[in-house]
Design a protein around this ligand. Structure first.
Ligand code: ADP
Length: 306
């Protein structure tokens, strides 16, 4: 195989109570990438459609992660990358993670799959680090493993794959404003009250249990974030309105996707998911902010070969 085309999905990190450790993978939103072997050694990016991103492989996360793998594998040929961007950078649904993971996944396939998913996560984190300033895996891991993932450690990286209940659907609303990840981090407190920490780890443990036991009610009750959301929701226009609408329409829960501005909701069954999507759509249309809205089943596969 000399060439491969892949779908690299968007992801939701944090998932309310799992700041920096929990994430899940989406199915209907994602980038496409084409990677092909070249006679010349090294890694290049020859095409980027859909977004104004750097072609310099040291500045594009897809190039940085690809180079990390390439330097380890040392093949006697090279790779060229094309990126067809559908996930807007800075949207809070893992735009950089899709690129960083996509390039290493594709190169691994072209090399005959010498690396494990955990090793690919390690290489992709090198790319993610140039977008966010530190080596995060909470968007990378669900892109590569699919479904829900929990980051047990980042160094060395240890990813836990959690089960995905069958009838789970996500709705993502992306208000068309940009929130700098650096600002979204800067407004967070340095220390938190013990009582909030207790609530948060109780919710995270309960959410993990709910995924293992298919307990949708417990899942919904666990989607509560008493630490990050009170601060970051202030940056997202009409966050409280969306949350109220979502809960009034019977969704399991709702929270900030990554560092925002996207907001995710989780629903049991596609019928309820469509109802919740319509409700968010109709109420957000009354605001002054333009937006995009998506409905997606949870993607349990992660990156797909097209
Ligand atoms: P998101 O919150 O949607 O995950 P990030 O804030 O993580 O987005 O990443 C966006 C940043 O990464 C932007 O500064 C962007 O210029 C940079 N970047 C570099 N290469 C890429 C790429 N291939 N795809 C997306 N963003 C990239």
């Amino acid at each position: 195989m000399n060439e491969i085309r892949i779908f690299s999905p968007a992801t939701v990190a944090n998932v309310s109570c799992g700041f920096d450790v929990l994430g899940f993978c989406l199915d209907t939103i994602g980038d496409e990438m084409v990677v092909r072997k070249t006679k010349e050694k090294g890694v290049s990016i020859s095409k980027i459609i859909g977004s104004d991103l750097p072609y310099d492989i040291q500045k594009n996360v897809a190039g940085v992660s690809a180079l990390a793998l390439y330097d380890d594998a040392k093949p006697n040929f090279g790779f060229d990358i094309e990126i067809y961007k559908h996930i807007k950078p800075g949207s809070g649904i893992g735009s950089s993670a899709a690129s960083a993971s996509g390039s290493v996944f594709a190169i691994n396939e072209l090399l005959g799959r010498p690396y494990s998913k955990t090793q690919l996560t390690h290489f992709a984190m090198k790319g993610e680090a140039i977008a966010s300033g530190s080596e995060h895996a909470d968007n990378i891991a669900p892109t590569i493993f699919g479904g829900f993932t929990l980051i047990k450690n980042t160094s060395p990286i240890k990813v836990l794959q959690l089960p995905t209940p069958d009838e789970l659907y996500a709705i993502i609303i992306h208000p068309q404003i940009e929130i700098k990840t650096s600002l979204a981090r800067a407004i967070l407190p340095n220390s938190i009250p013990l009582k909030d920490a207790i609530t948060q780890w109780s919710n995270l443990g309960s959410l993990v249990h709910a995924l293992h036991t298919n307990d949708y009610d417990l899942l919904g009750n666990s989607l509560e974030d008493v630490i990050i959301e009170p601060h970051r929701s202030e940056l997202i226009p009409h966050f409280q309105m969306v949350k109220k609408e979502v809960l009034n329409n019977g969704a399991l829960g709702c929270g900030i996707s990554g560092s925002g501005p996207s907001i995710f909701s989780l629903c049991k069954g596609v019928k309820n998911a469509k109802q919740v999507k319509n409700a968010i759509n109709n109420s957000y249309l009354k605001t002054e902010v333009s937006f995009e809205i998506h409905l997606s089943k949870i993607n349990t596969e992660g990156i797909k070969i097209l």
